[in-house]
Design a protein around this ligand. Structure first.
Ligand SMILES: *[C@@H]1O[C@H](CO)[C@@H](O)[C@H](O)[C@H]1NC(C)=O
Ligand SMILES: *[C@@H]1O[C@H](CO)[C@@H](O)[C@H](O)[C@H]1NC(C)=O
Ligand SMILES: *[C@@H]1O[C@H](CO)[C@@H](O)[C@H](O)[C@H]1NC(C)=O
Ligand SMILES: *[C@@H]1O[C@H](CO)[C@@H](O)[C@H](O)[C@H]1NC(C)=O
Ligand SMILES: *[C@@H]1O[C@H](CO)[C@@H](O)[C@H](O)[C@H]1NC(C)=O
Length: 422
C-alpha cells in the first residue's frame, strides 16, 4: 500500500496534512487488575488518575463484547483493490467474524469493478453504496460529515450489531489483532472511547486547526483551563475523529451528539468552513466540553473515555511516522511524499529482511517513548506495553518505508495476526 495509490477522506492539501499531525504523548499505561465476577475471570481497567469518575462497562458487570455481534464501520471512497485487501484481509486474518459495514462511493466513482465487489462479498462485507444525491445519502453535508448520519442509520438497521462498534477511517488503517477481543482483554470496554494522538509540545488540541473553527463557531478555546483536562498533562491531546469505539448504545449516543452538532455547524453561516478535518474539530470540542456521554439504564452518566496514545485497540501513528519518514527523506535528500524517490522506499530493509522496515529503536520519532515502535521479528507496530496494536491508523505517514512489508503481508496472508496478544 502506498499513498499514491490510495486516496480517501483525508485528501487534504499537503500543508494541511503536515499541520494536522497526530502527536503522541507519553505516559501512563492503564494498570490492569484481575477480578472475578459473574462472567468469570476478567481484566478490569483501572482508570488513570485524571479520569476519575469515568466508568467502564467491564466494571459494571456487562458481558464481554463478542466479535460475532460486533461491527466495524467505515467509508471507503475511490479505492483500488490493494486498499480493500489491506484493510479487510488484515481484519479477517485476525479471526474477526463480525460485521463489516462499508460505505462505498457508487456512481462509477471508485477504482474497483466486479473484482472488488467479488472480493468484498467473499469477505462478508455489507456494502452500502454511497451515491451523492440519492435519498438517504445526506449529501447536503460534506462526506466527512455525512458519514456520521450514515453510521447511525447503518447501526440502527443492524439488529445483530449488539456488542462492540468501531467507526474507523479506511484508506490508512490495517489490523494486527481483533480490536474487540483486545479491548476486552485490556479491560477497555467503555460505552464511548475516543483515541488520543501523540502530543509533542507543538501539536495538541490548542493547535489552530482544532482551535480556529471551534473558536469562531462556538467561541470556545482549547487549553489547560479545561476542567476535563487536569494535570499532570499541560496540554490537551488531539483526539482522532477517524477512530472511535464503544458499545452499540454508547456509539449511538456519540453519533447523536455528533450529528446534532454537525447540523448546527451547517445551519450557522459562520460555522461553514471550507476545510478538510473540521469533523475532528467538532469531535474534540464535544469531548472537551463534556458533551460525549452515555446514560446507563440505572441512570449513571458515563463520560466518553479518552484512551491514551499507544495503550488501546487503536494506535494513531501519524506524528511519529511522519517524523521517521521526514528523517529518511532528509537523509537521502528527497522531498517528502508524494515526490517519487526510489532510494527512500524500504530504506531500512537490508538483505530483504522485510520485517525490519524501521529500526528497533525506542524513542525514534517520539523521544519520550521508552519502548520500540516495531517488533523486528514480525514488522508489527507495537503499543507501549510491547504487544502489537490491534489497529494501526495513519500508516500512510510512513510513506513508502513499509512497501515491501505490505507486499509480503498481502502475499503471505497476514501470518502474524491473531485474535489478541497477551
Ligand atoms: C463468511 O460467512 C460464511 C458464512 O457464515 C463463513 O462460512 C465464512 O467463513 C465467512 N468468510 C469470512 C472471510 O469471514
Ligand atoms: C435497512 O435494511 C433494509 C432491509 O435489510 C434495507 O432495505 C434498507 O435499505 C436499510 N436501510 C439503510 C439505511 O441501510
Ligand atoms: C517530552 O517530555 C518533556 C517533559 O515532559 C516535554 O517537555 C517534551 O515536550 C516532550 N517531548 C516530546 C517530543 O513529546
Ligand atoms: C452529557 O451530554 C450532554 C450533551 O450531549 C450534556 O448536555 C450533558 O451535560 C452531559 N452530561 C454530563 C454529566 O456531562
Ligand atoms: C534521523 O534520526 C537519527 C536518530 O534519531 C538522528 O541521529 C539523525 O540526526 C536524524 N537525521 C536527520 C536528517 O534528521
Amino acid at each position: 500500500m502506498t499513498p499514491q495509490t490510495n486516496s480517501g477522506r483525508r485528501r487534504q492539501p499537503r500543508e494541511l496534512v503536515a499541520l494536522y499531525l497526530p502527536i503522541c504523548f507519553v505516559l501512563i499505561t492503564l494498570l490492569l487488575t484481575a477480578r472475578l465476577d459473574g462472567y468469570g475471570k476478567r481484566l478490569v481497567g483501572v482508570d488513570a488518575p485524571w479520569a476519575e469518575g469515568s466508568t467502564n462497562d467491564a466494571t459494571r458487570g456487562a458481558a464481554p463484547w463478542r466479535s460475532s455481534h460486533s461491527a466495524v464501520l467505515a467509508m471507503a471512497t475511490i479505492m483500488g483493490m490493494d486498499a480493500f485487501q489491506t484493510f479487510l484481509g488484515s481484519l479477517r486474518a485476525t479471526g474477526y467474524s463480525g460485521h463489516i459495514i462499508l460505505g462505498i462511493t457508487g456512481d462509477g466513482g471508485w477504482g474497483g469493478g466486479e473484482d472488488v465487489v467479488d472480493y468484498l462479498t467473499s469477505q462478508n462485507v455489507t456494502i452500502k453504496p454511497y451515491v451523492v444525491g440519492s435519498p438517504g445519502s445526506y449529501s447536503e453535508y460534506k462526506t466527512s460529515h455525512a458519514r456520521f448520519f450514515l453510521y447511525r442509520d447503518w447501526i440502527e438497521n443492524c439488529t445483530s450489531c449488539t456488542d462492540g462498534i468501531m467507526l474507523t477511517d479506511f484508506r490508512d488503517a490495517y489490523f494486527q489483532a481483533d480490536p474487540f477481543a483486545t479491548a476486552v482483554t485490556l479491560g477497555q470496554q467503555y460505552p464511548i472511547m475516543v483515541f488520543e494522538e501523540l502530543v509533542d509540545g507543538v501539536h495538541d488540541a490548542t493547535h489552530s486547526l482544532t482551535n480556529h473553527p471551534v473558536s469562531i463557531c462556538r467561541g470556545y478555546t482549547f487549553g489547560p483551563h479545561q476542567p476535563i483536562f487536569l494535570s499532570p498533562r499541560p496540554l490537551p491531546p488531539v483526539l482522532c475523529s477517524g477512530s472511535t469505539m464503544g458499545s452499540r448504545e454508547g456509539i449511538l449516543e456519540y453519533l447523536r451528539a455528533m450529528t446534532t452538532e454537525i447540523k448546527h455547524w451547517k445551519n450557522t453561516e459562520k460555522c461553514n468552513f471550507d476545510m478538510a478535518g473540521d469533523d475532528q474539530s467538532i469531535h474534540n470540542y464535544l469531548y472537551y466540553t463534556n458533551q460525549l456521554n452515555y446514560t446507563t439504564e440505572k441512570g449513571t452518566v458515563v463520560n466518553a473515555k479518552a484512551i491514551p496514545h499507544r495503550t488501546g485497540s487503536i494506535h494513531v501513528v501519524g506524528v511519529q511516522a511522519d517524523r521517521i519518514y521526514r528523517n529518511v527523506s532528509e537523509t537521502v535528500g528527497c522531498k517528502p511524499w508524494p515526490e517519487p524517490c526510489p532510494e527512500r522506499a524500504n530504506y531500512y530493509v537490508k538483505d530483504d529482511v522485510w520485517q525490519k522496515w524501521i529500526p528497533e529503536r525506542p524513542g525514534f520519532g517520539a523521544p519520550n517513548d521508552t519502548t520500540s515502535l516495531l517488533d523486528p521479528d514480525t514488522g508489527m507496530i507495537l503499543n507501549l506495553d510491547g504487544t502489537p496494536s490491534a489497529q494501526v491508523h495513519q500508516v500512510d505517514r510512513f510513506g513508502d518505508l513499509p512497501q515491501r512489508w505490505f507486499e509480503m503481508m498481502s502475499e503471505k496472508g497476514w501470518p502474524y495476526n491473531k485474535a489478541t496478544w497477551p
